[in-house]
Design a protein around this ligand. Sequence first.
Ligand SMILES: [Fe+2]
Ligand SMILES: [Fe+2]
Length: 176
Amino acid sequence: MPADTFVTKLNEQIGNEFAAHQQYVAIAVHYDAETLPQLARFFYRQALEERDHALMMVQYLIDADADVVIPGVPAPQHSFGDIVAPVALALEQEKRVTGQINGLAAAAREASDYTSEQFMQWFIKEQVEEVATMSDLLRVVERSKDDPMEIENFMAREHQGDQGEDPTAPHTAGAA
Ligand SMILES: [Fe+2]
Ligand SMILES: [Fe+2]
């Protein structure tokens, strides 16, 4: 059994991941409405990744025979001042999640729950990538904020298919 303190925090984190999912869908919808389909596509895809993160955590708790309580989430921000604001918000969110993920690893270690600490390793690596991706994107949108088509071209070029299968990723609940 994983440590109780870890289980409590991981259940909270499931909520944070679903909240991140909702926020990215809201950002995608915003860009879609602005007719910026490449930016929209990128955030729809990011949203799916956040959902996967939540379901990986669900699967871990199920496998460990621990309680899973799917929490509600606060409403996401849905209106934005300019083309930069959603990306700035996304970067802020990824930095916050990095802190949460590190906190989970620390809680597991503190409770000598090394299995759970190891489970968090994939997420630590994932956060490094997500913060880097959003920092890069923020630089691009800041630089080209007066020329949205330049940003769209960049997204089409640099974020075409993105994310192939990651064989090291934990299993998501409900996946085949
Ligand atoms: Fe996530
Ligand atoms: Fe993320």
